[in-house]
Design a protein around this ligand. Sequence first.
Ligand code: PLP
Length: 542
Amino acid sequence: MTETALANLQNLYRIFTVPEAPDSTLGAVDHAIGENVADFLQKHIVALERSLEDIEKDFSASKIPEEPSFVSAYTDFVKQKLVAQSVHTAAPGFVGHMTSALPYFMLPLSRIMTALNQNLVKVETSKAFTPMERQVLAMLHHLIYAQKDSFYDQWIHDSQHALGAFCSGGTIANTTALWVARNKLCGPDGSFAGIAKEGFFKALQHLNSSGLAILVSRRAHYSLGKAVDLLGIGRDNLILVDTDVDNRIDMQALRMEYTQLCKRNIRPFALVGVAGTTETGHVDPLNEMADFAAEIGCHFHVDAAWGGPTLFSETHSHLLKGIERADSVTIDAHKQLYVPMGAGMVLFKDPHALSAIEHHANYILRHGSKDLGSHTLEGSRPGKAMLVHAGLSIIGRKGYGLLIDLGIEKAHKFAAMINDHQNFELITAPELNILTYRYSPAWLQDKVGQLSLEQCGEINSLLDLITQEVQKRQREAGKNFVSRTRLRSSRYHGEQISVFRSVLANPLTTTEILAEVLEEQCAIVKETEVQGLIDKIKQIIE
Ligand SMILES: *Cc1c(COP(=O)(O)O)cnc(C)c1O
């Protein structure tokens, strides 16, 4: 063994003991990374100089390093190759995705969470973290369902039940809700021992059905596609119902889809409403959907991964009216609760609901224990609930309400700026804090009514190229960022068009910055290649 390798191995023992403050190794690593991150965050959203292909070269070795190395050397690597080439998701000009700035206290508190390294799968490895997670679930349950104090007194720490499941995000939350709904419909009944035991085929035989289905609007999040695949339902049986001009599920179309399913002897077991669609931020008519779910006797789930925290706002909570009638609700904490990534929840109105997926094992998750692992899809889980608890305690109901109000107000202001601007067209107006728009000069918008279907199609294809190119160039310039999606637009005969998508959740984003986003996009259009596309549009019109 070489001298350095031996030294490094001794170093390995040391890395499991916490160095002493103040001038410790830990302090040095913190300092180096801290300064480096702060410096990086001041400067830009994305590092401009290097392409992804180039960056991949820094991460192309597929062999695990043979020799241990020093933490200081590794820290240097992190600074140069990772931090400098990351995306500054907290930048006020980063208004394209659902990941935004974090309150400063999340960082030191995350360190405590990591230092304690509690595992929420079992009380034996989490102790106080388990009651705390149960409290967080009760608080969110109360936000949605507002049951009486006696209800929470009874259920909050009841070892046989859980008011919800804490998980790593909306995908797992939605999957858990649909898993419960499926097992509820296909539970033990007479000689049938239930789908969990006998499987999907036997369940269909027992129900005398040709299949199961889920009904949701076209704007559904793609996590539902994964869920139906996993649950054996099949992607063809995720029925995407048409939306109205405001991107909300069309109730008449919903009824028609239901009738079609019945004719084919396919049983819908869950109706999913979206409260804040990922693409446009719209909210389905939850009350009407709750009525319909009751009428056809199926589970009503609301995917409020994005929009759920709107309930904190006294001004806007009415937009989610009817959510309290849902059997289950998904809320992502790593979106509008401003918690670092990896925190989502699903809440169930009925404290007995989760027993449909209960799982026990002898060495762990014993019957009657308070372990939360018996009610979760995931096994080992971190103490992320602590950060939700921190947010709820420090920011409070009023604080979150204010953040929601600010975001929605800003989105309306941005929509007005787009409407007033002669070069942009608002495609979907904000209901919550998300909107979509595209570049489309006033002289073109004035003529849209007089164009033939064919001309319209050609022009939309060219506008799509402009949207794509502008979005890409703006992202590469590294100052501002909006995302991009494709939507069917009722204004253009239901044609799919490319649009810029803007999410206004960062409290540090100002209207000046939003004006700058638009001006930068106009400037990019003036660049020769993009201008060439504009010239082509002019030729079509003349
Ligand atoms: C983000 C989102 C999800 C998925 O959540 P993840 O945390 O990314 O797994 C599901 N539904 C909606 C409406 C969302 O906005």
